[in-house]
Design a protein around this ligand. Structure first.
Ligand code: CMC
Length: 433
């Protein structure tokens, strides 16, 4: 077996002096060439989309895309989804260890102490159009929290960071549920702290002042799993956005609001809503071939939603858990013959046997089945990405706190390969052709 390299050398074909760079190793995954000093040699690296660039050090989450492995602080996602609740996983992401019983009780009590929204925040909801997308509302309301909690927004103070983390984690379900209630024109339901995190969200979504709502324990557990599966996923687009915004010292609410905006795109968190829309449009197994043909056509921008991933080159482990959860939820609700689920299973089978998808290693991702589970639970399509955002808040705040505590962190400031005009002289308007 070859030993790990400690140095790499860049040579140039014009006889310029070679540049020697250190190679760094983490505890798992690819080594990285430390290029921080390259600028001194008047050369940069070019990597649009960060295909091969590590922008930070992190010890929170690790993905092995070839093996389909996802670890949070070393624990496999399958074990966390099976045995933990969402707040335990959030604690793990924030503090690095699973809580013992006392720590868990204290953490839960601190979170539940922050679940209510400031009464004036309800006025901000009312400023939106009735039919505003819940993600648009969440971006606005979370950003506006910066105007409410300036008592604890010193990002370099660990206690302030922790308080902001509690506030975000605690209030996000209330904000997400209220954005839905606002769409419906229903009164906002306040949190009930005797319920657990998942049940409380379902209560705020589905209860009304005139109808009690008792969450079905199987559905609540399935919802909890959805939250756990979406809690963190390494340096994805929205997490990198949170880090980049936060790198300037911006407050946590502004940073997380930017993360929500990034998540909304259909290539990222918006894929769950887009997948269900695609399955509904497809409607029937007989139309699968037509959609697969379009996905393979390079002249068509259409992609099979819920398929493919930048990092996974095998099955997304979250998709396998979600598929199992789908069975459990549909069985519980007596929807064994759900046509959309059947269609999804058939589409998965056909795509996994198709040369195009096989050769490009395109497998179903977490978003392929999550929409089916949420739809069966009575959650409307427009809320799917909002629920992803509420879950991902746990990862965003852990990553944001890690960055702010890291003495090596610097403001994010990528370089560019300039392809515009070189310097030229101003031409008065009368002389322009
Ligand atoms: N359908 C058809 N072709 C695809 C798909 C797809 N869903 N995904 C990738 N490809 C093709 C793509 O056309 C390209 O082909 P070629 O090499 O011939 O140009 C090749 O596969 C590589 O694709 P890419 O866009 O260069 O890969 P990427 O790493 O930049 O993009 C992705 C990853 C997730 C954005 C992409 O696979 C995609 O758009 N998938 C559909 C949207 C989706 O389901 N997103 C959810 C991601 S998981 C949840 C989350 O973490 O947010």
């Amino acid at each position: 077996m070859s030993t790990k390299p400690t140095k790499a050398t860049i040579t140039f074909d014009n006889g310029a002096k070679p540049i020697e760079l250190p190679v760094l190793s983490g505890t798992a995954g690819n080594d990285v060439i430390d290029i921080r000093t390259l600028g001194k040699h008047d050369v940069y690296t070019y990597d649009p989309g960060f295909m091969a660039t590590a922008a930070c050090q992190s010890n929170i989450t690790y993905i092995d895309g070839e093996k389909g492995l996802l670890l949070h602080r070393g624990y496999p996602i399958e074990q966390l989804a099976e045995h933990c609740d969402f707040l335990e996983v959030s604690y793990l992401l924030m503090y690095g260890e699973l809580p013992n019983a006392t720590q868990k009780a204290e953490f839960t009590s601190r979170i539940t102490g922050h679940t209510m929204l400031h009464d004036q925040l309800s006025n901000i909801f009312r400023g939106f159009r009735r039919d505003a997308h819940p993600m648009a509302v969440m971006i606005g309301v979370v950003g506006s929290m910066s105007a409410f909690y300036f008592d604890s927004m010193d990002v370099y103070n660990p206690e302030h960071r922790e308080t902001s983390a509690f506030r975000l984690l605690a209030k996000m379900p209330t904000i997400a549920a209220w954005s839905y209630k606002y769409n419906l024109g229903h009164p906002f339901m306040h949190p009930k702290n005797k319920l657990n995190y998942a049940e409380n969200f379902m209560h705020m979504m589905f209860a009304t002042p005139c109808e009690e709502y008792t969450p079905n324990p199987i559905l609540a557990r399935a919802f909890e799993k959805i939250l756990i599966l979406h809690a963190d996923h390494e340096q994805n687009a929205s997490t990198s956005t949170v880090r980049l915004v936060g790198s300037s010292g911006a407050n946590p609410f502004a940073s997380i609001s930017a993360g929500i905006a990034s998540l909304w795109g259909p290539a990222h968190g918006g894929a769950n809503e887009a997948t269900l829309k695609m399955l509904e449009e497809m409607g029937d197994v007989s139309r699968i071939d037509q959609f697969i043909k379009r996905a393979k056509d390079k002249t068509d921008s259409f992609r099979l939603m819920g398929f493919g991933h930048r990092v996974y080159r095998s099955m997304d482990p979250r998709a396998s858990i979600m598929q199992k959860t789908c069975y459990e939820v549909l069985n519980e609700l007596g929807l064994h013959d759900d046509p959309i689920f059947k269609l999804a299973m058939q589409l998965e089978k056909i795509a996994l046997e198709d040369d195009y998808f096989v050769s490009k290693k395109l497998y179903p991702n977490v978003d392929f089945y999550s929409g089916i589970v949420m739809r069966a639970m009575g959650i409307p399509n427009s809320m799917f990405t909002a629920i992803f955002a509420l879950a991902r808040t746990a990862g965003w705040i852990a990553q944001w706190s890690e960055m702010n505590a890291d003495p090596e962190h610097k403001i994010g400031r990528p370089r560019q390969l300039y392809t515009g005009e070189a310097r030229r002289e101003f031409v008065p308007i009368g002389k322009r052709t």
